[in-house]
Ligand binder design. Structure first.
Ligand code: UP5
Ligand code: MG
Length: 233
């Protein structure tokens, strides 16, 4: 309840209807389904789109040298889901930072001082969150709302596994043992979140088992039609 008051003041996670300058889009799908890849493409094509990977934010947090960061590192290496209290705090901070950077770019110091909003609408791609019912319920309690859209990347495990093992970015969770755990957690905890939003008509399911270009053609079309966003010319 307390944080709800704080948030309505910052307006960062306000419900879509109450703040026409912001939309939140959840980008969900199994490990290696291509969430990050496709989000980068949307950022390149649509003005005002901001990519926030919950996993990237949590990985950055593991380098903070705090006990909290160390705990997160342990959870990631085991494929476990971090409590929403940590993840939402990181997401909010990243959203606030992105919004203030746009304000600076658009209106310079004057806009900052007067607190005026930047002219372009922000569309936040929240990649990899919420991952379980606890995450989802916390987001709902905080914002009192649903996301504008849920993009769901559907991909067979064998394909995702091959991609993850071929990624070669040294992630602590890209090994056979942790990948198996991530798949199990995805099926048991994350799929129910997708089903929850499916019942509410929020989900656009994308066949992610194709060339990235083909996947993106669908993503771009669905994103534009469901959010009203216009691509750069
Ligand atoms: N690739 C992508 N698309 C391809 C295509 N169409 N064809 C062929 N190759 C394709 O892609 C993965 C790899 O596949 C890349 O090499 C890419 O080039 C290639 P990517 O776009 O990175 O896929 P993505 O879905 O983003 O995979 P990622 O591994 O990031 O997904 P996860 O959901 O597993 O990872 P995330 O970073 O979201 O979470 C990691 C951990 O953080 C979780 O397990 C959990 O412990 C923790 N976490 C939380 O606790 N809470 C959160 O809210 C978020 C994370
Ligand atoms: Mg990712």
């Amino acid at each position: 309840k307390k944080s709800k008051v704080d948030l309505s003041r910052s307006g960062i996670l306000a419900p879509p209807g109450s703040n026409p300058d912001r939309d939140v889009i959840f980008v969900l799908g199994g490990p290696g389904s291509g969430k990050g890849t496709q989000c980068s493409r949307l950022v390149a094509d649509f003005p005002g789109v901001v990519h926030l990977s919950a996993g990237d934010l949590l990985r950055a947090h593991t380098k903070s040298g705090t006990p909290d960061g160390d705990a997160v590192a342990g959870m990631i290496s085991q494929g476990q889901i971090v409590p929403s209290s940590v993840t939402i705090r990181l997401l909010e901070a990243a959203m606030a930072q992105a919004a203030s950077e746009t304000a600076k770019k658009a209106g310079g110091e004057a806009a900052e001082r007067s607190g005026r909003e930047a002219s372009s609408k922000h569309r936040f791609l929240v990649d990899g969150f919420p991952r379980n019912d606890e995450n989802r319920a916390a987001y709902e309690a905080l914002t009192g709302s649903d996301p504008a859209l849920v993009l769901f990347f559907d991909c067979p495990e064998a394909v995702m596994r091959r991609r993850l093992l071929g990624r070669g970015q040294g992630r602590t969770d890209d090994n056979d043992e942790t990948i198996a755990k991530r798949f199990r957690v995805f099926v048991e905890s994350s799929v129910p979140v997708v089903e929850y939003y499916e019942k509410k008509g929020k989900v656009a399911k994308i066949d992610a088992d194709r060339d990235p270009e083909k996947v993106y053609a669908d993503v771009k079309r669905v994103f534009a039609s469901r959010t009203g966003a216009a691509a750069k010319q």
